[in-house]
Design a protein around this ligand. Structure first.
Ligand code: PLP
Length: 602
């Protein structure tokens, strides 16, 4: 077994490039390249995640989960998106600028937000707020002139805050999401002198284009926000009546998060740019098209084959298609090229966070019992086990025989349950029946894994394959640290941080330490290469060793997880967060840690 095997098993290349890779030389450990580029001197900075986590845990005196945050990764993603749009504009001969903004709801961390706006200052990188509190946070971190997009539910206070932000010379856009928002804008801005720095007005439009991902049902005609055609016409007329049509500068739409099919963006761009051209025709000065978020993340590592967890496009394809659709409308309608604004959140910050946790114990299931009960039922079980062992050892790949034995075992297991309920079988007898059955099941699963060139298990095997052969208990709360894994079955790549030059020999599902049965991670991505499999409920790990801390990580967790998780569940508190920055010359990485909440804080 070599690091290469582990690389394929956990599919690092598929979801991790260019930030996460396996180190050959340092005992098969996962390393991070926060700069994510191959420029000679920068690309030498590699952080050994196991070593860094061990040091930070020791320093903090914490054995709980730890969140590593790499603001440089977010900056690198944001720079890549910007250059993808620049290169698309060159390709299509479009004289249009790109401005990125980060929806701060994805990650509220001050260091990350500051790093992004400072690194993106020259390109005018900005922020998007979705609530009053987020607007206060964003105003604090916005630099003069770059962008601040104000989305979400509006009231007088919200609009008042946006007016203050504009007075600080931040390019502030108040986006009208529903007709009643307009009155707040007219009241707050109508009386300001024309020479004042006033917030611009944006309009969120309701597209009929929906998408088929998890958030599909909230898009299209069903969307909660956005003005329909009639309301758009009403808005333009109302602004003209108030002599404020000159304030209308931006058209915004958002088709939903994690769009897996590029066709959705093509369609949405066709519809929205046509609306933009119509607003120009109606007399609005406009100047900005804000295409919202939705740029997907390759959580599955299969480049389009993983359904909603995957994308059939990359950043450059996305930029190309957005720019091409805009260019098409410009050619058709003769409008001036607007600035393109993107609100990508997930795609910018996902890779920046790594959640590291310790496996504290494992509970094997299906250990071979010593049995001396000679009841008829147990003898039958034993004989099935015996015949399956022989089939397995002889390497005979006889699926139907295995299936037959497994069918018998299932039937005997049910029989044992019935006998126990009737009081005929003792507790010891039932215990042995359970253990024998587990052994049979695990033999069947072992056998199924040896079938070459297929990842399809016999039906009964796959039925039981969803039950873990070993529970591994991880010191974390899924509800606190990976809320989407629990709430919407979001898939995150999970892998050990070390011992990757050893073959992982136990197959587990991960149970957290909370008292709820659904506090578990039991969905994993598949492997790559010739033994590719589609993933499933089991993850290969290494058996624990005495006196060794076994650390595992969930990757790509930077979007929404920390900001959604609450400290409430089981009073577990918030895990410590360590920000690791590239710093100095020659570059090295420094960590700043936010301590976890203590029992007393909770
Ligand atoms: C209006 C708006 N913009 C941007 C985003 C960010 O989306 P994503 O993280 O998928 O890029 C969202 C999130 O759903 C949103 O509601």
């Amino acid at each position: 077994w070599s690091v290469k095997n582990s690389e394929a098993l956990y599919n690092f290349e598929g979801w991790g490039a260019p930030y996460f890779l396996l180190g050959e030389e340092c005992d098969g450990r996962v390393v991070v390249r926060p700069a994510g580029v191959c420029e000679a001197e920068i690309d030498q900075v590699e952080v050994d995640l196991y070593a860094a986590a061990t040091a930070v845990r020791e320093r903090l005196g914490s054995s709980g989960p730890l969140l590593f945050r790499f603001p440089d990764i977010a900056c690198s993603q944001s720079a890549k998106l910007h250059s993808a749009f620049q290169s698309a504009a060159l390709t299509w001969g479009l004289n249009s600028l790109h401005r990125g903004v980060l929806p701060v709801k994805c990650c509220h961390d001050a260091s990350l937000l500051l790093s992004l706006v400072l690194a993106g200052a020259r390109e005018g990188f900005g922020l998007e707020a979705g609530s009053k509190a987020e607007l206060i946070l964003s105003s604090d971190y916005s630099l003069p002139t770059p962008f601040l997009i104000c989305n979400g539910y509006k009231d007088g206070d919200y609009v008042g805050l946006a007016v203050q932000s504009a007075a600080l010379r931040v390019n502030t856009f108040i986006v009208i999401e529903k007709p009643s928002d307009l009155q707040y804008y007219i009241t707050a801005v109508g009386d300001l002198p024309r020479s004042a720095h006033r917030p611009f007005l944006g309009i969120r439009v309701r597209l009929t284009t929906g998408h088929s991902g998890h958030w599909g049902p909230t898009s299209g005609d069903n969307a909660k926000f956005g003005l329909c055609a009639k309301e758009m016409i009403w808005l333009v007329a109302s602004l003209a009546d108030e002599s404020m049509l000159d304030c209308l500068r931006l058209l915004h739409f958002h088709v939903g998060s994690q769009v897996s099919n590029i066709a959705t963006f093509k369609e949405a761009m066709r519809e929205s740019t046509q609306m933009y051209a119509e607003l120009v025709r109606l007399g609005a000065p406009m100047g900005f098209v804000d295409v919202g978020g939705g740029l997907g993340v390759e959580y599955h590592g299969s480049q389009g084959w993983g359904g909603q967890r995957s994308t059939n496009y990359d950043m450059q394809n996305y930029a190309n298609d957005v720019v091409a659709a805009l260019q098409d409308t410009i050619m058709r309608t003769g409008i001036k090229p607007p600035v393109l604004v993107t609100e990508s959140g997930r795609a910018i910050v996902s890779a920046a966070d790594v959640l590291i946790f310790e496996v504290v114990s494992t509970e094997p299931r299906g250990a071979m019992p010593s049995f001396d009960d000679d009841s008829f039922l147990l003898q039958n079980f034993q004989s099935i086990l015996g015949s399956m062992t022989i089939i397995n050892q002889s390497g005979q790949q006889n699926i139907s025989k295995i299936q037959e034995s497994l069918n018998d075992a299932i039937q005997f297991r049910q029989e044992a349950d019935r006998l126990f309920k009737l009081g005929i079988m003792s507790l010891e007898g039932r215990a042995e029946a359970e253990e024998l059955f587990s052994s049979i099941r695990s033999l069947a699963l072992d056998f199924a894994r040896t079938i070459p060139d297929t990842n399809i298990f016999p039906t009964e095997v796959s039925l039981f394959a969803v039950e873990p052969l070993t529970w591994c208990h991880a010191n974390l709360s899924v509800f606190r640290s990976l809320p989407d894994a629990w709430a919407i079955r979001q898939l995150f790549p999970v892998a050990p941080l070390h011992r990757l030059s050893e073959e992982p020999s136990i197959i587990v599902s991960i149970a957290d330490l909370t008292c709820d049965s659904d506090g578990r991670i039991d969905q994993f991505i598949g492997s790559s290469g010739s033994n590719a499999n589609a993933g499933g409920s089991l993850l290969p790990l290494h058996p624990l060793r005495v006196n060794e801390t076994y650390l595992v990580a969930a990757f790509l967790v930077g979007a929404y997880q920390d900001s959604l998780g609450s400290r409430g569940h089981n009073l577990f508190g918030s895990p410590p967060v360590a920000n690791l920055f590239l710093s100095g010359s020659p570059f090295h990485c420094i960590a700043q840690a936010r301590r976890k909440t203590r029992g007393a804080d909770v």
